[in-house]
Design a protein around this ligand. Structure first.
Ligand code: FPP
Length: 248
C-alpha cells in the first residue's frame, strides 16, 4: 500500500525521532558480518531522510550510536565509526543540495578526531539550509545528557546566571542537547524491540510511540509514511479527557 497519499500534510509531526534497530539481526539473516547490516542501514537512512523531507517534517533525529554502543566489540565500533566518516563525507553535498541542515547531539568530544572533523565540516556546509533538520544522535544517551544538564545548571546557579526559584520545565529543556528543538511528537523503533534504550527520555514525555517489526535495513520511506498515518489517527490528550479535547 502507498501510505503517502493517506497523509494529511497539514498535520505532519514537526519532529520525528527514530531508534534504528536490527542491523545485526538483518546481517545474520543474510549470513553476513554485522557491519554489512550497518552498511545496508545507510541506504535506509538515505531513503527515510528523503521521505521526511517530502512530507515536510522539520526535525528528524536518528539514534545512530549510543553511549552504551562503545562497549561493543572493538572491531564493530571501529567499523561503525569508519562508516559514519565515509557516509557523512559522501552525503554532505547531497544533503546540501536538498536543503537539509545537519546537526548532532551527544557526547561529541568522545568521537574519533576523523569523525568529528567530517561531522563538523558537514554541519558547517549545511548550516544555512532551511529544509529538514537532520539530527544525528552520536555517542548519545539520555542519562548522560540529563547528568550533563544538571551539572551545567548547578554551575550557572553558582555563577548567579540562574536563580533556583525560577527553574521550571522549560529551563531543563534549555539545558538539554535538544535546546530550541520541539520535543518529538512521534518516536519510532524498528526491529520489534519494545523499549526506549536511554533515548530522549525527558523529551518523549508526551510522544506517540510506534514500534514495527521491520529490521532497520528493510525500512523505507513508505514505512515512515505508514507510521505517520498511524500517528494521525491517534488522539493526543496530554492528561485531559476525551470530552475536553473534542470541546477544544
Ligand atoms: C542498531 O542495530 C544500529 C546501530 C547501533 C547503528 C546504526 C547505524 C547506521 C544505520 C549506519 C550509519 C548511520 C548514519 C546516520 C550515517 P543493532 O546493531 O543493534 O542490531 P541488532 O539489535 O539486530 O544487533
Amino acid at each position: 500500500m502507498n501510505y503517502k497519499e493517506q497523509i494529511d500534510l497539514t498535520k505532519v509531526p514537526k519532529h520525528i525521532a527514530i531508534i534504528m534497530d536490527g542491523n545485526g539481526r538483518w546481517a545474520k539473516e543474510h549470513n553476513q558480518p554485522r557491519i554489512f547490516g550497518h552498511s545496508k542501514g545507510v541506504v535506509s537512512v538515505r531513503d527515510v531522510v528523503e521521505g521526511a523531507g517530502e512530507i515536510g517534517v522539520k526535525h528528524l533525529t536518528l539514534y545512530a550510536f549510543s553511549t552504551e554502543n562503545w562497549n561493543r566489540p572493538k572491531l564493530e565500533v571501529t567499523a561503525l565509526m569508519q562508516l559514519l566518516v565515509s557516509t557523512i563525507h559522501k552525503e554532505a553535498e547531497n544533503l546540501n543540495k536538498n536543503n537539509v541542515r545537519l546537526s548532532a547531539i551527544g557526547d561529541l568530544s568522545s568521537l574519533p578526531d576523523s569523525c568529528l572533523k567530517e561531522l563538523n565540516n558537514a554541519i558547517a556546509k549545511t548550516s544555512n539550509n532551511s529544509g529538514l533538520n537532520l539530527i544525528l544522535a552520536l555517542s548519545y544517551s539520555s542519562k548522560w545528557e540529563i547528568t550533563n544538564a544538571i551539572k551545567n545548571i548547578i554551575n550557572d546557579v553558582e555563577n548567579k546566571k540562574l536563580i533556583p526559584t525560577q527553574i521550571n520545565e522549560n529551563t531543563i529543556s534549555d539545558y538539554l542537547c535538544t535546546k530550541n528543538i520541539p520535543d518529538p511528537e512521534l518516536l519510532i523503533r524498528t526491529s520489534g524491540e519494545i523499549r526506549i534504550s536511554n533515548f530522549l527520555l525527558y523529551q518523549i514525555a508526551y510522544s506517540e510511540l510506534y514500534f514495527t517489526d521491520k529490521l532497520w535495513p528493510d525500512y523505507r520511506k513508505n514505512d515512515l509514511f505508514e507510521a505517520v498515518v498511524n500517528f494521525q489517527k491517534r488522539q493526543r490528550r496530554y492528561g485531559l479527557t476525551e470530552e475536553q479535547i473534542i470541546a477544544e
